[in-house]
Design a protein around this ligand. Sequence first.
Ligand code: ADP
Ligand code: ZN
Length: 433
Amino acid sequence: MIWNETVECMDREEMKKLQSLRLKRVVERVYHNCEPYRKRMQEAGVTPEDINSIDDIVKLPFSSKKDLRDYYPFGLLSSPMSEIVRIHASSGTTGKPIVVGLTRNDLSVWKEVGARCLTAFGLTNKDIVQVSYGYGLFTGGLGAHDAVQNIGGTVIPMSSGNTQKQIMLMHDLGANALACTPSYALYLAEAMEASEYNRDEFKLRVGVFGAEPWTESMRKEIEQKMGIKAYDIYGLTEIIGPGVGYECECQNGTHLNEDHFYPEIVDPETGEPVELGQVGELVFTTLTKEGMPLIRFRTRDLTALHYEKCSCGRTFVRMDKIMGRCDDMLIIRGVNVFPSQIEAVICETEEFEPHFFITVDRINNTDTFEVQVEVKEAFYSDDIKSMLELKKKIAHKIQGVIGIQPDIKLVEPRSLQRSEGKAKRVLDKRVLV
Ligand code: ADP
Ligand code: ZN
């Protein structure tokens, strides 16, 4: 099923024309309405007249999270405050959050792209969707909420937390779909298992999961535990929130809503475009945003893009699963390590639950690297020998993938903290000093 066939299946040449027209318009908008953009373009020696096709985009300077902090809270708005109807903010780990402002038109673009996602997941006005992303400044809750209503579905605005009640309502109201982070989905799956209800008493069919990186193995784990089909939805506050990209039934990459958000992949070090199909940093230009358009925004997310037509009929570009963020990457004893690599190994090893926690420190000038992993009930025992074997096994497997061996700490079933939103799986004590 396709929500907006004209656009989602548009001929690539037509798409390019549409993007070119919209790029020109948005560049004019920021140049005339937003001082920081005008200044930066002047410094780079570009004017709106230089932008005549989408290919001219490389002439424009980049923007980044730092700009949103520097011009906090409203310095990057390109619309008067009277036209801003909603504020959102992203968590921001340190200091001030990043704040964005949306106009009425921005909200309708958001619910349009959201509806495309849910439709691709096979949801319709007959479905009941439990939204267990957090509501509030975080874009997850309200973003998914508006999308469900736009397809005419029934929304259960649960928000995150209160896990027992989540399970009860999911059961009693007969939710067909669950929208939350993949890590919270795992937590809910465990809670469903432990609940008084049998799995077949739930009507769940579809998972709408995103807001954090997750692996194929994690997907399988959730699908098996919940008996559902799990789909990826991608987004970020600065660009709009959930709905920037979505998987179709082929699950052959995440389609990007490129009529509104134009993607590029650049080398994270140099900012130069990478070869077609290569991994690099994802950059977005919002082609239709009014409130706070962003030009060539560096997402820090690492992925690759593929332009061949998808078997679902959509011509929208497909993006690989996000490997992680450039700033997620740990350098341990000189080796690049992504938490997603460790997650994949743990999920593929039958003795472990899909929960882990990485601690990195520096002692006597050497990096220490510990991974806590949770042993499944059925494999946990007091027998020291078998536990040592298990430790060795997982340490070797991880070494096989990343090249260095972690200290493994086996922990009891259900002892690692579960997440209700975005999971936190790394503590790098080196950056605290
Ligand atoms: P914060 O920056 O505080 O985490 P956001 O909610 O805006 O706030 O987070 C957006 C980021 O979340 C993206 O840049 C990306 O790193 C991650 N993300 C969102 N959706 C997905 C997804 N489906 N897969 C992988 N990562 C995702
Ligand atoms: Zn497709």
